[in-house]
Design a protein around this ligand. Structure first.
Ligand code: SF4
Length: 231
């Protein structure tokens, strides 16, 4: 009999400094000068044990830092994959070639401009797993609105996130067809062979039941942006 789960997913978050230092990083204002890290292994094991019968989905993600910069990243993946299917969320494009893609059912890459050749190759090789996550902002809205971003990035799955500081609806949606599907109440659109979900954090979070293990060892209902911006 299929198990019933009462959580949509759980998440382990990376904290500390991030060597990439993107200007738009949501973690900028709360970043501490610490090595990239997760909560302690002991806390991680307790967290996984607590929720292994309550969801099958684990995301390994970050906000002040990126999970691929954490030393024990692989150790955490090996422990977690026994009971969970894992989605990796990363901005660290130069590290992608070192990961074992078989460990993940989804690889969500944050990309806010046209990718380089190595990233394009990675996306092509892992098309069925890759999802591109992009914040719609003044610096990239032109290439999103004229759809050239979607033409140049060879992925088939995209999440375009409204800027939490300025959550305007992207203009490009007028050019696209709705698929009729919604994910956490967020509308999915179709462009050629690509599925594009336009994501409003404040709205989506009303529909998500998740738990996040913060790098300080606390389990919270929300990731950083919610705590920071009290939306
Ligand atoms: S790579 Fe990710 S975690 Fe690091 S600064 Fe950029 S957005 Fe923030």
């Amino acid at each position: 009999m299929r198990k019933r789960y009462d959580h949509d997913y759980i998440s382990i978050l990376a904290g500390g400094v991030c060597p990439i230092g993107c200007k738009f990083c949501v973690g900028n204002s709360i970043r501490k000068k610490e090595k990239p890290h997760f909560a302690s292994m002991e806390k991680i094991k307790i967290f996984l044990e607590l929720f292994k019968d309550r969801t099958r989905s684990l995301s390994i993600s970050g906000s002040t830092s990126d999970p691929l910069f954490v030393d024990n990243f692989q150790e955490v993946v090996e422990i977690a994959k026994k009971d969970f299917k894992i989605a990796l969320h990363t901005c660290a494009k130069d590290k992608l070639r070192y990961i074992n893609t078989k460990s993940f059912y989804r690889i969500c890459i944050s990309l806010h401009e046209y990718p380089d050749e190595k990233t394009i190759d990675f996306i092509k090789k892992n098309k069925s797993k890759v999802r591109i996550s992009t914040v719609y902002h003044n610096g990239n809205k032109k290439i999103l609105d004229d759809l050239s971003f979607f033409d140049k990035v060879p992925a088939i799955s995209f999440t375009i996130r409204k800027n939490i500081f300025n959550p305007v609806t992207p203009k490009f949606i007028k050019k696209l067809k709705r698929t009729g599907r919604k994910i956490f109440n967020q509308q999915e659109y179709m462009y050629k062979d690509k599925k594009i979900v336009v994501w409003d954090f404040a709205d989506a979070n009303k529909y998500i039941n998740a738990r996040y293990l913060w790098p300080d060892g606390n389990i919270r209902r929300q990731c950083y942006w919610y705590n920071l911006h009290k939306i």
